[in-house]
Ligand binder design. Structure first.
Ligand SMILES: Nc1ncnc2c1ncn2[C@@H]1O[C@H](COP(=O)(O)OP(=O)(O)OP(=O)(O)O)[C@@H](O)[C@H]1O
Length: 448
């Protein structure tokens, strides 16, 4: 005779409510579904977040306007997904929600899902786009993507201008990937990171015996990028004598390695980038005008993150979803204060800095809510009132505020430290607060 498993007694409503409250405290707004996708129960936070659009006995799928396949995939894959909540009033006001499901099983039998919900800041009225690793919902950025697509089809030199961490290298790789040279190599070199002598031999190569330590021939980046694209990052930092040499290479399409005599033909497309205004560098005699015109046939201006504030929170959420997917802590929401601080912060290190900040907070804190206290120390400094100088003189001659340190220096230090403000400040010999204040005074950061 077949043994029948006795049906478990139903969980008393009060016990269920308490379990859900405990679950929500740990995992954020939660809905329990049966294996057919019907709502079994939902916690008070989930009720609030969904504005009562979900109720026990109702269908989970029908509460959303997202495609049936998207909803099924969200449940099946148990990965972060964005679903749009239907508006019962039928107005066009849709509400995106971040959703993550955990399958509930008894042995191997599927019982349903616990679905964790979180608010989502992607603006449903503006279109989002992921373009070769660059995510945005900013209209200007999306227009830039179209320019990049057009420029990629040509051989024209492109000059990308943008602050540190704003995605210049990603633009360069997109230009390469979308070009006829995609099968060829992509090489990148940072002109600010090497001494002039080393830079010369890295770019143009050298022959054996050209200098002490040159024990064998070295091809250099131009020849290594043969048939492909060479990305010259921080091109404004190129010393004048190397600018002359670079111009010659671009004009003759040949390169003479250091210590060599014979010109070698090269077929390379140049993409250059800088955080400076090259025109100003030309005016100041630090950059050759003829080289500038050669490099900036197509100029591309990448807006800083603070100039597209609508991207800050959605990008933060994307980074959190990536971090959640690695396992460990599952962050389901940002506290209101953390959101405000992220939005008010000047982001001198741009998207790279935002990613680092999210990683720091994800590691430092615990639980499903990422709070302002988990943000790196500079955010808490930012929250403190800014100390006013005692006298006008102390504002300019005080040891903590050297007048000669300008915005350009700060950007250069940030570029060198890849957006790390603490290291940039110590490089400049000022405190992090001063660095932030300088950015704010210059209008680079919003006044509070
Ligand atoms: N729009 C974006 N969407 C998603 N990630 C981005 C975006 N912009 C930048 N990033 C992230 O920031 C990192 C830095 O980008 P990238 O190296 O292209 O910046 P950069 O402007 O070349 O910086 P630097 O001038 O310091 O070299 C990227 O690896 C990527 O993770």
């Amino acid at each position: 005779m077949k043994a029948t498993t006795p049906k478990p007694p139903p969980i008393p409503a009060e016990a269920l409510r308490q379990s859900l409250r405990a679950l929500e405290a740990f995992a954020g707004p939660t809905v329990l579904l049966d294996s057919q996708g019907r709502v079994l129960a939902l916690g008070a936070d989930a009720r609030l977040l969904t504005e009562e659009r979900l109720s026990p006995g109702g269908s989970f799928h029908e509460a959303f306007t997202s495609k049936e396949e998207e909803i099924r995939s969200a449940l099946r894959t148990q990965r972060d997904a964005i679903l749009t909540l239907a508006d019962p009033g039928g107005s066009a006001k849709s509400r995106p929600l971040r959703v993550r499901a955990t399958a509930l099983t008894e042995g191997s039998r599927p019982m349903g899902w616990a679905v964790h919900l979180a608010p989502c800041h992607v603006d449903p009225n503006s279109r989002e786009e992921l373009f070769h690793g660059l995510w945005t919902q900013d209209l200007r950025m999306r227009r830039l993507f179209r320019i990049i697509e057009k420029a990629a089809r040509t051989e024209a030199s492109v000059l990308v201008r943008g602050e540190s961490g704003s995605g210049k290298e990603l633009v360069a790789t997109a230009l390469h990937t979308l070009s006829a040279r995609a099968r060829g190599p992509f090489r990148a070199i940072n002109c600010a990171a090497l001494s002039p002598t080393l830079l010369e031999s890295e770019l143009f190569g050298h022959v054996r015996g050209a200098f002490t330590g040159a024990v064998r021939d070295s091809p250099g980046h131009f020849r290594l990028a043969q048939g492909g694209t060479l990305f010259l990052d921080e091109v404004a930092e190129l010393p004048l004598e190397l600018q002359a040499k670079l111009l010659r290479v671009l004009e003759t399409r040949t390169v003479i390695p250091v210590g060599g005599r014979e010109p070698v033909s090269v077929d390379v497309r140049i993409v250059a980038a800088t955080h400076r205004a090259l025109r100003r560098e030309v005016e100041q005699g630090r950059f050759r005008a003829d080289l500038m015109y050669r490099l900036r046939v197509v100029p591309i201006f990448l807006p800083a993150l603070r100039e597209r504030p609508g991207d800050i929170l959605p990008l933060a959420e994307r980074f959190l979803a990536e971090l959640n997917a690695r396992g460990g802590r599952q962050v389901l929401r940002l506290s209101a204060r953390a959101r405000r601080q992220l939005q008010e912060y000047p982001w001198p290190g741009n998207v790279r800095e935002l990613r680092n900040v999210m990683e720091y907070a994800h590691v430092m804190g615990e639980g499903p809510t990422l709070t302002e206290a988990e943000l790196p120390p500079e955010f808490n400094e930012q929250a403190r009132p800014v100390r006013l100088p005692l006298s006008p003189e102390s504002a300019i001659s005080g040891p903590d505020l050297p007048q000669e340190i300008g915005l350009e220096d700060i950007h250069r230090a940030l570029a060198q430290t890849r957006g790390n403000r603490a290291r940039a400040a110590s490089l400049l010999g000022i405190s992090r607060v001063t660095l932030w204040r300088r950015l704010r005074e210059s209008g680079a950061a919003p006044a509070r």
